[in-house]
Design a protein around this ligand. Structure first.
Ligand code: HMG
Length: 389
């Protein structure tokens, strides 16, 4: 029985900052951001959008298309949690009007949380093939202003319906993984912005890619030539090319010419280049981009996927694109969303960055901004109040 992603949908906030504007403000050559790290725009979540609304906005097209029946679990992967106790999945469960007979929980291991959730979802479906699991991944990536991480900020959410006989991607059972206790990127509870040792984190990403790949190869017996395209976790898009180079070196296979490298990884970079790092959602945003942009149908082709979460956890796995998948994508809706985003001035970006929600529990009302069907209306008696627009 095939198990995997039946439907997948990505959602980004309605605002962005052009990285050329940021480069000018920071006195940096814009090519460092656009070419050097491969980012053009960063998505900026306005104050009335948080991980709950971003994820519910991503998931609504899925539940409207597939129906709500048999969704027996909602797994919410995030590292931008809004509560130390209640799972963000519970808020989404109500907004999406899901059945009461449903398990709701939150998962965390930096950007790896969504992959862990996907694997747990597949295991549950294997046990109960009639059930479906909604996997949500949403994050708002924040680093200190003027820090090296700032141009890699971003925001967005992915929703995936996991089922038996999936219409989009059947997951292969083999998977290679690796873990090690390191401090490359972390966010203590008292901070809104992540702390990061940028160069070390990049080194560890590439080192663990090879560890996970070696394990995947040993488990599955597959080589590089068995994968038609690759989707990588994308803290910045240039890392996809570095990853491809490392994989070829490790496999002892010559790096193909530029055009072929481009074919192998570039379609998957199209959205992340315009949103920045969406942490847990990132890899699956890349998968959505590949499915939406590949010029010829990918039916029956095997994809290689690499998930990395700082701290750290790495997994290399694969899946086969299902016949007729193109009919089940939300490509036009997403393109329309991205095309109608509003460009922020530097001042507007900084105002949103510094927007102060009371930290003492005082009541707060959020002015309405542009965004998807759900918004955060206010905080009253320490409770977040969400509403449809
Ligand atoms: P930096 O020190 O500002 O940049 O930080 P740099 O000096 O290393 O330059 C970046 C690239 O731009 C270099 O290319 C330069 O040569 C090039 P490379 O040598 O690497 O190929 N460059 C230029 N190119 C063209 N024209 C120019 C020019 N100038 C320079 N004029 C860094 C970069 C990524 C470290 C920083 O942005 C950062 O700290 N980011 C945050 C951490 C991060 O993204 N780490 C990635 C791996 S960890 C991960 O993926 C997990 C994560 O998603 C979190 C989670 O798991 O939850 C972050």
């Amino acid at each position: 029985m095939n198990i995997g992603i039946d439907l997948i949908s990505f959602h980004a906030p309605a605002y962005y900052l052009d990285l050329r504007v940021l480069a000018e403000k920071r006195g940096v050559d814009p090519d460092k951001f656009v070419v050097g790290i491969g980012q053009e725009r960063m998505a900026v979540a306005p104050p009335d959008q948080d991980i709950v609304t971003l994820a519910a906005n991503a998931a609504l097209p899925i539940v409207e298309k597939a129906g709500r029946e048999n969704i027996e679990m909602v797994l919410f992967a995030t590292e931008s949690s809004i509560d130390q106790s209640k799972a963000a999945a519970c808020f989404c469960h109500r907004l999406l009007e899901l059945p009461a007979r449903c398990r709701c929980l939150e998962t965390k291991e930096a950007c790896y949380g969504a992959t862990a959730s996907l694997r747990m979802a597949a295991a549950m479906v294997a046990q109960r093939p009639q059930s479906k699991v909604l996997v949500l991944a949403a994050d708002i990536a924040r680093y200190d202003l003027s820090s090296p991480g700032e141009p890699t900020q971003g925001a967005g959410a992915v929703a995936m319906l996991v089922s038996a006989h999936p219409r989009v991607l059947a997951l292969d059972p083999h998977s290679g993984f690796y873990t090690e206790d390191i401090m490359d990127f972390w966010r203590p509870n008292y901070r809104e912005e992540a702390l990061v040792d940028g160069k070390y984190s990049t080194r560890m990403y590439l080192t663990t890619l090879i560890e996970a790949w070696n394990d995947y190869q040993a488990q599955s017996g597959r080589g590089l030539a068995d994968h038609a395209h690759y989707c990588f976790h994308l803290p910045f898009t240039k890392i996809a090319y570095k990853s491809l180079e490392r994989l070829h070196k490790a496999a002892g296979v010559p790096l193909p010419p530029k055009e072929e490298q481009h074919r192998l990884v570039d379609y998957a970079l199209r959205y992340n280049r315009l949103t920045g790092n969406t942490y847990a959602a990132c890899l699956y945003e890349a998968l959505t981009a590949l499915l939406d942009h590949a010029p010829t149908p990918l039916d029956g082709q095997r994809l290689g996927l690499f998930s990395y979460g700082s701290g750290c956890m790495a997994e290399f796995f694969s899946g086969v694109v299902q016949r007729g998948y193109r009919q089940h994508l939300f490509t036009e809706q997403l393109r329309a969303e991205l095309d109608s985003r509003v460009a922020l001035t530097y001042r507007q970006y900084e105002d949103i960055f510094n927007y102060g929600v009371p930290r003492d529990g005082a009541d707060h009302v959020f002015a309405p901004y542009r965004g998807g069907p759900f918004r955060l209306a206010g905080i009253k008696d320490h409770k977040r109040r969400y509403e449809p627009k």
